[in-house]
Design a protein around this ligand. Structure first.
Ligand SMILES: Nc1nc2c(c(=O)[nH]1)N[C@H]1C(S)=C(S)[C@@H](COP(=O)(O)OP(=O)(O)OC[C@H]3O[C@@H](n4cnc5c(=O)[nH]c(N)nc54)[C@H](O)[C@@H]3O)O[C@H]1N2
Ligand SMILES: Nc1nc2c(c(=O)[nH]1)N[C@H]1C(S)=C(S)[C@@H](COP(=O)(O)OP(=O)(O)OC[C@H]3O[C@@H](n4cnc5c(=O)[nH]c(N)nc54)[C@H](O)[C@@H]3O)O[C@H]1N2
Ligand code: SF4
Ligand SMILES: [Mo]
Length: 696
């Protein structure tokens, strides 16, 4: 028996970042533990990471490339797999143009740098990610408003925290982990929670605002109304650094508190109290979560919340919403080589004329991809490469996603498992988990760190995603890749004077943080100011001022539907054990959460004869899904809260039960439901009904 080696690395079972010590014995990871020296996680780990050995060594994991033949999946070599994909892509390019290939990924998994480089060198503008409704939409909206993404400065000592649609201890999203928030809170900060559901943090909060789902933009206007009316804004900042304050104030006045109460269901007094607390307790940060982006209010809501940070003088200050300074490595956008995508190809981006902000941040939305596949308009998509994404579970209107991916002529999928999406592919490429990769992690985030993710083991014939893009790119004759993954890391690190070998010893790099950068340089917008009146949106022919738009399927906009669909469905409750559609096959995690859960207020459940633990059908005008009832009096009786991402790996037919408990069979992705500039799809708020499931 060999000795146990300890390898310092970084988890990526969610958006990643926690420091890990992997224990390796006889070439196998036997356990992981938290790295107390991690500047982001301080030794803490969550259940998903602790179960990584069960994922990496899972009997269902695919450890070699495969092609789908007449008799189903067959093992092939990497050579054959890469030749097949490259051959098919070259055929499509010749016959239809590179734009007829869609390259896609799911949520942020730290390989966008390589995926985009591959797509740009391929010449396709059609990159499909989750960014239209998650994070990149926030980045895009803040780029045009204040030039950068404002991030909560937990370690700068906020005195007031507004947790706006975020649940960081379960989700650890984006920049910092929940642990940094918790430290700031424990230091005595005030806490305001804006959430339709009474979770752990709402229970702890000084003020909890239980709003109607999807009405955040109106609520934020209510905050601004109080702040303006009561003179609580930072006049000096407003005078010097805001573009269009006067017209913005006019717009805010369209939202008096009685109107805001009617829209949001939050009592006026409580809005006033919360706005005062936020504006007068300094420094204060707003920590926004993804529900603010997953309706047609996406861009406007982000802009209004940025307006709150700016008006109160909390932008780029210690303990407020800071712009973090990255270490001097090469950036993801530099590595992507966006400039190499020819202009005429850039112009062909699907939906690019309509969803101009999505186009500016180089992405398309699923809707336009499915349309191009299903209708051939404006031109057909013939081939696709999807990495780390399961759209038949996770995209709005799952049925349409399923039909499109079934129809596309050629599909290659990169994953660990044969998911319902992977089952629709022609070629399967096996990815390495984070235990199997060398990478400079977190470079896509805006918290000022990059961290070393160091390979602990190799498993089967799996390759880390970065290598797959690199080798496929080379196979297609793309100029501009390196011999090895590590050579590319040397390139990324070059400006720091470190090589990958040096960096992995060091563990991480942090940028030198400076605040108040605007005092020297202004804001990186066309006017150099915070554009609450957006010159960019104006140029694009949109309303330059933000507003609240009623959700297209709500009790207000569709009273005609209320008889059949009386409830508001808030779809997408996360759990600490799963990551969207992932982890359902991991024994430790599935044991904690064996079934999909729908939360129902006890009074509502009673009306339908539903008891705790019963299977329930949830139906919308588009479809239905079944989940198990959990009674929760911390939600409004008119609101139903449901988990997303469910499929059943234990069902062995190729559908794996993708359409049994899939809440996205109920969601709508039509254009009228989408954010007009970003194309964010509505994943969160729609009308539904519930009924007991008689067949269970
Ligand atoms: N109704 C509703 N739908 C939602 C949401 C919601 O709130 N409500 N949330 C949305 C959001 S915010 C997002 S970001 C999307 C996410 O959507 P996706 O990213 O598409 O969903 P996942 O299920 O996380 O990922 C799919 C696959 O990635 C694989 N995978 C994991 N890690 C790796 C890796 O390192 N390499 C490779 N190649 N594969 C990997 C997993 O095995 C899994 O099969 O879902 C969205 N869907
Ligand atoms: N364990 C786990 N972690 C994850 C994920 C996962 O699937 N599982 N997904 C990852 C991804 S891709 C993302 S984008 C992040 C998202 O993580 P977060 O940004 O934290 O978002 P959610 O957990 O979806 O929702 C946060 C809170 O918003 C509330 N909420 C729901 N609708 C509304 C609304 O309309 N308005 C307001 N104000 N609040 C609302 C919910 O009740 C919840 O308490 O999590 C990431 N981390
Ligand atoms: S929070 Fe995310 S990065 Fe941290 S241990 Fe859990 S899964 Fe890993
Ligand atoms: Mo996300």
């Amino acid at each position: 028996m060999g000795e146990t080696k300890k390898i310092r690395t970084a988890c990526r079972s969610c958006h990643g970042g926690c420091g890990v010590i992997a224990h390796v014995k006889d070439g196998k990871v036997i356990k992981v533990e938290g790295d107390p020296d991690s500047p982001l996680s301080y030794g803490t780990l969550c259940a998903k990471c602790l179960a990584i050995t069960q994922l990496a060594y899972h009997p269902d994991r695919i450890l070699h490339p495969m092609k789908k033949g007449a008799k189903g999946w067959e093992r092939i070599t990497w050579d054959e797999a890469l030749d097949t994909v490259a051959g098919k892509f070259n055929e499509v390019i010749e016959e239809y143009g590179a734009e007829s290939i869609v390259v896609g990924q799911g949520t942020g998994r730290d390989y966008e740098s390589h995926l985009y480089r591959f797509a740009n060198l391929l010449g396709t503008p059609n990159v499909l990610t989750a960014g239209h409704m998650c994070y990149v939409s926030r980045v895009g909206a803040t780029l045009i408003t204040c030039g950068n993404l404002p991030v909560s400065d937990w370690n700068g000592g906020p005195k007031c925290i507004v947790m706006w649609a975020c649940n960081p201890q379960w989700t650890n999203p984006d920049e910092h982990k929940g642990v940094d928030f918790w430290k700031a809170y424990k230091n005595g900060s005030k806490l305001i929670v804006i959430d339709p559901r009474k979770g752990f943090l709402a229970n702890k909060a000084d003020l909890w605002l239980q709003l109607r789902p999807g009405t955040d933009a109106a609520l934020a206007m209510g905050f601004l109304n109080v702040i303006i009316e009561e003179d609580l804004y930072d006049k000096e900042f407003v005078d010097q650094y805001i573009n269009g304050w006067d017209p913005f104030v006019e717009r805010v006045r369209e939202y008096p508190l009685d109107r805001v109460e009617e829209i949001t269901w939050v009592k006026q007094d409580l809005i006033r109290k919360a706005a005062r607390m936020y504006a007068t307790t300094k420094p204060a940060c707003i920590n926004w979560g993804v529900p603010t982006e997953q309706t047609l209010n996406c861009t406007d809501c982000t802009r209004i919340l940025t307006g709150l940070m700016a008006a109160t003088g909390n932008l780029d200050v210690p303990g407020g919403n800071a712009f973090f300074v990255p270490p001097p490595v090469r950036t993801v956008s530099h590595f992507c080589r966006h400039k190499d995508l020819p202009k005429e190809q850039w112009k062909k981006r699907l939906g690019g004329d309509q969803y101009k902000l999505a186009s500016r941040v180089a992405m398309i939305t699923p809707k336009v991809a499915w349309e191009a596949i299903l209708t051939g308009k404006p031109y057909p998509l013939k081939a696709g490469l999807l990495c780390g994404s399961n759209p038949v579970s996770t995209r709005a209107n799952a049925r349409e996603a399923y039909e499109a991916l079934k129809k596309i002529e050629f599909l290659a999928v990169i994953d660990f498992f044969l998911t319902p999406t992977a089952e629709l592919a022609d070629i399967f490429l096996p990815a390495g988990t984070w235990l199997e990769q060398n990478h400079m992690a977190d470079n896509w985030k805006r918290h000022g760190y990059v961290i070393a993710r160091q390979k602990a083991v190799e498993i089967g014939e799996c390759w880390q995603d970065h290598k797959i893009f690199q080798e496929l790119g080379k196979r297609m004759g793309q100029d501009g890749w390196w011999d090895t993954v590590e050579d590319a890391l040397d390139y990324l690190l070059e400006p720091t004077g470190l090589t990958w070998e040096d960096f992995k010893e060091k563990g991480y790099l942090k940028g030198d943080q400076v605040y108040y950068k605007y005092k020297e340089k202004g804001f990186s917008t066309p006017t150099g100011k915070v554009e609450l009146y957006s010159t960019v949106l104006e140029k694009w022919g949109h309303d330059p001022l933000p507003k609240y738009t009623e959700i297209p399927e709500s009790p207000v906009s569709r009273p005609d539907l209320l008889e059949d669909y009386p409830y508001i469905l808030n779809a997408g409750l996360r759990t600490p054990t799963f990551f969207h559609s992932a982890n359902r096959q991991i024994p430790w995690l599935r044991e904690i959460r064996p079934d999909p859960i729908v939360e129902i207020h006890p009074e509502t459940a009673k009306k339908h004869g539903i008891e705790e633990g019963d299977w329930v059908y949830i139906a919308s005008p588009r479809g239905r899904a079944k989940e198990r009832a959990k009674l929760n009096d911390g939600i409004d009786p008119q609101v139903i809260v449901a988990e997303h991402g469910w499929w059943f790996p234990e069902i062995k037919d190729p559908g794996h039960g993708w359409d049994i408990s899939n809440i996205n069979l109920l969601t709508d992705n039509s254009h009228e439901f989408m954010d007009p500039v970003m194309g964010a799809t509505n994943l969160r708020v729609l009308l539904c009904n519930i009924s007991p499931c008689e067949d269970e």
